[in-house]
Design a protein around this ligand. Structure first.
Ligand code: B12
Length: 213
């Protein structure tokens, strides 16, 4: 098996989906990883503590997988490192935004839906993305360039657009004003626990919350 195939095989031991993107903003190549989220394995579980965001779900479920995968790749003599915080780049870096959604499209893992999220054929929007930088000339698994391609699943559906409580998806496929999105709302009765809005995910007819691997 070629090095790309070997590393993808390693990745699929820990994640539900994996692909390679080649982005000029990144030295080396990017291994994009997808993991489904569910009430039993809630990757979004998070708290506000002392004004800071604590992503418990990611630490519990993604960090150990990233660590094991990097070890497996190192055993093949290939250098790899998580991008951002345990594979979750949070913000704009020196070389521009590391957009996991764009990289997932470039790696051929799926297309954005009208709710802007990458839709998985089985999990729908209920999966999260992570990235590892690999210092090896792996082959891209997708169309290489990011294209604004409409999702065939969304052609005759407008459920997410209609469900958004702040009308932020009126121009589908992009958030009109990201600051208006009610993504994370600190909630009661567990003080500080984030109660995700997630209405544009909940109404998506593709996949369902709880469909884990
Ligand atoms: C900042 C951020 C947010 C911000 C702002 C989001 C935004 N769209 O700007 C806020 C806090 C609002 C947010 C909310 C959510 N987020 Co968020 N977020 C991020 C983060 C850190 C960066 C995203 C970003 O700024 N991208 C740049 C923007 C400009 O890209 P974009 O939204 O795709 O916009 C492009 C398209 O609109 C496109 N476009 C324009 N017109 C058209 C037309 C067509 C036809 C097409 C196809 C495209 C297109 O052009 C834009 C520029 O390229 C990423 C992690 C990462 N580093 O990638 C997670 C990430 C995107 N979020 C994610 C999630 C899950 C959410 C939430 C569901 C909350 C939650 N439960 O976690 C909500 C969903 C809201 C929504 N409907 O988009 C996941 C998405 C996973 C997936 N399956 O796609 C990511 C990848 C995190 C992860 N590790 O998995 N998020």
């Amino acid at each position: 098996m070629d090095p790309t195939g070997q590393i993808l095989e390693d990745a699929l031991r820990y994640f539900d989906a994996a692909g390679v993107a080649v982005d000029k903003c990144v030295d080396g190549v990017v291994l994009i990883l997808g993991l489904s989220t569910s009430p039993e394995r809630d990757l979004d579980e998070g708290y506000f503590e002392g004004g800071r965001l604590n992503f418990q779900g990611w630490l519990k479920h993604v960090k150990p997988r990233i660590t094991s995968l990097i070890e497996a790749i190192a055993e093949r003599g290939v250098e790899a490192e998580p991008m951002g915080w345990w594979g979750y780049p949070m913000s704009i870096g020196k070389k521009g935004v590391i957009s996991l959604k764009s990289l997932a499209v470039m790696a051929g893992l799926g297309l954005q839906g009208k709710n802007t999220l990458i839709i998985h054929p089985r999990f729908g929007p209920w999966w999260r993305l992570a990235a590892i930088r690999i210092n090896a000339p792996l082959t891209s698994t997708g169309p290489v360039v990011y294209e604004r391609k409409k999702n065939p699943h969304c052609v005759s559906c407008n459920a997410c657009v209609q469900a958004c409580p702040v009308d932020d998806l009126l121009e589908p496929y992009r958030l009109k004003d990201p600051a208006r999105c009610l993504a994370n709302i600190p909630a009661e009765p567990i003080p500080g626990k984030i109660e995700w809005c997630d209405r544009c995910l909940a109404v998506c007819p593709i996949g369902r919350l709880g469909a884990t691997s």
